[in-house]
Ligand binder design. Structure first.
Ligand SMILES: NC(=O)C1=CN([C@@H]2O[C@H](COP(=O)(O)OP(=O)(O)OC[C@H]3O[C@@H](n4cnc5c(N)ncnc54)[C@H](OP(=O)(O)O)[C@@H]3O)[C@@H](O)[C@H]2O)C=CC1
Ligand SMILES: CC(=O)N[C@@H](CCC(=O)OP(=O)(O)O)C(=O)O
Length: 341
């Protein structure tokens, strides 16, 4: 069994990871950490999440400087389900030792440091690690992930968006002039567990945010290889993302070309379902699936494709585990096909 730790285990993504790792046949969930000053230090995970009572009674250990410097030697696999700044600051102490690191934050996803600073609001001080980090889009970057010691697990919106757009881009079906337009709605768990005014119960009502300035726009564009317009919305539900994407196909592209592109990319992938009707968020919530469905107007060349995921699973913890499966030589979907308990 591969000795594994989670840092940031009290958060929404960290807790989902703990639940999946606890029943994974190859990874041994060894230790759960929170930050040194955490108000949840030394509580058990099941005290925070009652649904895990009797199932995940692991203590949440506060991570001090001394332990941080030892993590890379003590474990073979470390998941960071921590804020971007914490992942950024801690990474030099973690990598280059025994442990493979899966970072769920955005700290190592965007290669261009100037773009990073503009969208994240702080300067990147780890250019070497930024260069070597592999983008963990697990259904596409398998070969690189298998060799990586630091994986930057994609954001939730980029996972939904790139899964829909990459087959079209790779098959060279997209018109060069018109940018794909991504409108996506996320559940409130996308904002994490910490209380904030705009994610509080009485404030949330379907609304666009981060318009023409969300950090996932450069993440999607850089890993797709073309510009996009990305508009996220916050919805009044707990979990899931529905991304509806409108794009223009090259002249002469037919429905069968689109079908062939998606089948070529995903026909043998059990985690991606090419649907025969428009997916709903409830059909993927609590699962690691990406559900895709599309319609092409052959006369105008406009394609509308919908992509649905669970933001905490396929959009965060599940994809991180998929990357770990690949990195350690297991089947990509190992431990990912069950519904969340
Ligand atoms: N929620 C989502 O849908 C997605 C989230 N992500 C990314 O995954 C990461 C975790 O997200 P999520 O679970 O939603 O976040 P939460 O806010 O729910 O959890 C964050 C975790 O990190 C710990 N933490 C907070 N501040 C610090 C700090 N300064 N140093 C160390 N640990 C800290 C928290 O515990 P404590 O403060 O008690 O120590 C908690 O365990 C983030 O980087 C997020 O951007 C990625 C994709 C989707
Ligand atoms: C609803 C909501 O607030 N969602 C988050 C995205 C969550 C995610 O994917 O996160 P990271 O890139 O931070 O890892 C947001 O828009 O900031």
């Amino acid at each position: 069994m591969i000795k594994t730790a989670i840092v940031g285990a009290s958060g929404y993504a960290g807790a989902e990871l703990a639940a999946m790792l606890a029943r994974h046949p190859e990874f041994e969930l060894s230790t759960l950490y929170v930050s040194a000053g955490s108000q949840d230090a030394n509580k058990s995970l099941s005290e925070l999440y009652g649904r895990y009572a009797g199932l995940l009674d692991y203590p949440l250990i506060p991570l001090d400087e001394q332990q941080l410097s030892e993590l890379g030697h003590k474990f073979e696999l470390v998941f960071l389900a921590t804020p971007h700044e914490a992942s950024h600051d801690w990474m030099p102490q973690l990598v280059g030792k025994q442990a493979v690191v899966m970072d769920l934050s955005g700290a190592f996803r965007i290669k261009d440091q100037a773009v990073f600073a503009r969208y994240y609001g702080f300067e990147h001080h780890q250019p070497g690690l930024l260069k070597t980090a592999v983008y963990g889009l697990a259904d596409w970057n398998m070969a690189q992930i298998r060799e990586a010691d630091l994986v930057a697990v994609p954001g939730c919106y980029p996972t939904a968006s790139l899964t829909a757009l990459k087959p079209l881009h790779e098959a060279d079906l997209l018109d060069g002039a018109q940018w794909p337009v991504i409108n996506a709605v996320s559940g409130v768990s996308g904002a994490g567990r910490k209380a904030a005014l705009n994610s509080s119960f009485c404030e949330v009502s379907l609304q666009a945010y981060g318009v023409l300035g969300h950090r996932h726009q450069p993440e999607i564009a850089s890993h797709l290889g073309r510009e996009v317009i990305f508009t996220p919305h916050l919805g009044n539900f707990k979990r899931g993302i529905l991304a509806t994407i409108t794009c223009k196909m090259k002249d002469g592209v037919r429905l069968q070309d689109v079908q062939a592109a998606y089948e070529q990319a995903y026909a043998h992938n059990p985690l991606i379902r090419l649907r025969k009707s428009w997916p709903k968020i409830d059909e993927v919530a609590g699962t690691n699936f990406v559900d895709l469905y599309w319609k092409l107007d052959e006369t105008s060349g406009h394609l509308v494709v919908t992509s649905a995921i669970d933001n905490l699973l396929k959009g965060a913890a599940g994809q991180a585990l998929q990357c770990a499966n690949l990195r350690f030589g297991f089947s990509a979907a190992l431990g990912l096909m069950e519904e969340r308990q």
